[in-house]
Design a binder for this molecule. Structure first.
Ligand code: UDP
Ligand code: MN
Length: 269
């Protein structure tokens, strides 16, 4: 007799979704998120920022965390936020930690369906690399070979199982993530890869349905949009989709949302 072991089924409530943001993007970037995918994961999504914002706090039903990290795009500030995100996840009893940037659209039901294929009691580091070969740093000892590892780009989204997060605790828990980032002097997503692939020797599993703006968005075929888990945008790099006028929907996220969830009030019918 052969039996297939399936991971225990999970629901959206087993997922902790963190979004990294900063003061100057509260109005601009978060507007479209709050109008679209956040509405499908209000209870599970938390925003990690660097200032107090009453209006945002109201709109998110109190789901804004002021990390007190510096409002800058520097390595130290970004690692500081990731450190707070990681600790906030560890404080919950959720099975999955999924991090996104504030220029991501998250296809919430697709994310949950996808995670159902993986057992959170096993070690999983799920993400999308943005470079063609493993990242290389020289080791302290100049005669030793270079340290090589893969990392999931933060701007595409990264998910980590609780089992793996527990093993990351010595290097990432209780503020250690920031210290590890300082030690190797690399950004937050690279530090994540260093901890998981190099220190813990657990491989990154490549998820092609995650997308950062480091790849051209227009090549995602229209009929495959519904199968993707995350999207992003940058100037001159947006999803190719019909829908709202470009002036009303420059990121294309409103149009995408109406394609996926046409019953939303703001969608044409
Ligand atoms: N970010 C931040 N502090 C800053 C600038 C950016 O926390 O001073 C966040 C931003 O909100 C986003 C992420 O870092 O979630 C990446 O920033 P951005 O998209 O501007 O740059 P990228 O690295 O994608 O080029
Ligand atoms: Mn970005």
């Amino acid at each position: 007799i052969t039996t297939t072991l399936r991971p225990p089924t999970i629901t959206l409530d087993d997922v902790f979704i963190s979004v990294k943001t900063t003061k100057r993007y509260h109005k601009s970037r978060l507007y479209v998120i709050l109008k679209t995918w956040f509405q499908l994961a209000k209870e599970q999504t938390w925003f990690f920022t660097d200032s107090d914002d009453k209006d945002l706090q109201n709109k998110t039903y109190g789901h804004v965390i002021n990390t007190k990290c510096p409002a800058s795009h520097h390595r130290k500030a970004l690692c500081c936020k990731m450190s707070v995100e990681f600790d906030a996840f560890m404080d919950t009893d959720k099975k999955w930690f999924c991090h996104f940037d504030d220029d991501n659209y998250v296809n919430v039901p697709r994310l949950v369906e996808f995670l159902k294929d993986y057992n959170p009691k096993e070690d999983w580091y799920l993400g999308k690399p943005s470079i063609q070969r493993a990242f290389e740093i020289s080791s302290k000892n100049k005669t030793s070979p270079k340290i090589k590892f893969w990392f999931g780009t933060g701007g595409a989204g990264v998910c980590i199982s609780r089992a793996l997060a527990l093993k990351m605790m010595p290097a990432a828990g209780g503020g250690q993530f920031m210290r590890t980032g300082e030690k190797i002097r690399l950004p937050d997503d690279v530090t994540m890869g260093y901890i998981i692939e190099h220190l813990l020797k657990k491989p990154l599993t490549v998820v092609n349905q995650f997308h950062s703006h480091l790849e051209p968005m227009k090549f995602i075929r229209r009929e495959l949009l519904k199968d993707q888990i995350s999207f992003s945008y940058a100037s001159n790099n947006i999803i190719k989709i019909e829908g709202f006028d470009i002036l009303r929907d420059p990121t294309r996220f409103l149009s995408l949302h109406c394609l996926l969830f046409p019953y939303f009030k703001f969608c044409p019918r």
